[in-house]
Ligand binder design. Structure first.
Ligand SMILES: [Zn+2]
Length: 323
């Protein structure tokens, strides 16, 4: 890749946009185009990470790392230079499209009573959590037309997986949660497969940047679990989108010595508990303290809250959690 091509890539991916897409939030403004916040590259308690958005450069006084958006991607995702470039190129193509799709689905949520009713049944009631997670709804049969009107070619929609090979919207009657580089869609129809992701990685731990500075974190399996736990006031919750962590998620949990409350499903066949057991073992080896939260039989955190569990009761479960 030539110097001009690298400069072009950096111009198309402003560092500040990329940081914010990875959940970084500035704590204060230092001056024109200069921001300071917690460092996403080390465990930071007081802001030591400086971003110059005009120059597209960052520097951290805590860990001493600095550079441009490519350097940031290398360090943050633990990649070599060529892989970081490939990741950024892919992000450049996909990010605006997913952003537009998520925005469209967000607008649909309150236009479709079946979606709001479904959220209520799953215990999601506060406008704050809907806004925080940017929860949307895919009615089906209208995203394609909207995106094409905005100028996205059909081929790009197909490649992203938003539209099927034969040209229909891929997400139909699904509650949609935007993720880093993906969209999770939960079907509200019992006849359709419940879970759907776009092709590609599910990404890192959900909202990790907002959790990693806590000395204790709560790890749940699903986004509906996340939503109700967050809504109940536990903002140190994160979600792995499944009971198995990918290498990136595992690395995130282990980036500092912290305590983890594992609140996995107490499902009948025991697969959630088995996964919890295995994960506990691996995390203990890395020096993390793990406490298992025992939910009432047959419950996951979502059903616990949806069926009347409250903040105090969940707090009591956390306090009773065993290591
Ligand atoms: Zn740092």
């Amino acid at each position: 890749m030539s110097c001009q091509a690298l400069d072009e890539l950096k111009r198309q991916i402003p560092l500040l946009d990329y940081l914010q897409a990875n959940d970084w939030r500035p704590a204060r403004r230092l001056g024109r185009g200069r921001w300071m916040g917690l460092c996403p590259l080390h465990r930071d308690h007081k802001p030591s990470f400086i971003v110059d958005s005009d120059k597209g450069l960052f520097y951290c006084y805590g860990c001493g790392h600095g550079g441009d958006v490519i350097r940031f991607a290398e360090l943050y995702h633990e990649l070599r230079f060529p892989q970081a470039l490939a990741l950024l190129r892919q992000w450049r193509g996909l990010a605006p499209l997913l952003h537009e799709a998520a925005r469209f689905y967000g607008l649909q949520l309150h236009r479709h009573s079946e979606a709001v009713t479904y959220l209520h049944e799953r215990g999601i009631r506060s406008p704050e959590v809907i806004e925080h997670m940017r929860i949307g709804y895919a009615p089906g049969g209208c995203l394609r037309g909207w995106l094409i009107e905005l100028g996205y070619p059909l081929g790009a929609l197909r490649q992203a997986g938003l539209v099927t090979a034969v040209g229909y919207d891929a997400y139909v009657r699904r509650i949609v949660f935007p993720l880093e580089g993906n969209l999770y869609g939960r079907s509200i129809s019992p006849s359709a497969p419940p879970h759907r992701f776009l092709p590609g990685a599910k990404g890192g731990l959900y909202c990790w940047e907002q959790v990693r500075s806590y000395p204790e974190a709560i790890l749940v399996e699903g986004l509906f679990d996340y939503a109700v736990v967050w809504q109940a006031g536990f903002h140190n919750v994160t979600c792995a989108m499944g009971s198995h962590l990918n290498a990136h998620q595992f690395g995130q949990l282990c980036d500092a010595r912290r305590s983890i409350y594992l609140a996995f499903d107490a499902d009948k066949n025991g697969s959630g508990q088995q996964a919890a057991q295995w994960l506990t073992h691996r995390l203990n080896e890395r020096g993390l303290k793990i406490r298992k939260v025992w939910l009432p039989q047959g419950h996951d955190p979502n059903s616990f809250f949806a069926q009347g569990g409250d903040t105090q009761q969940f707090q009591a479960l956390l306090e009773a959690a065993q290591s």
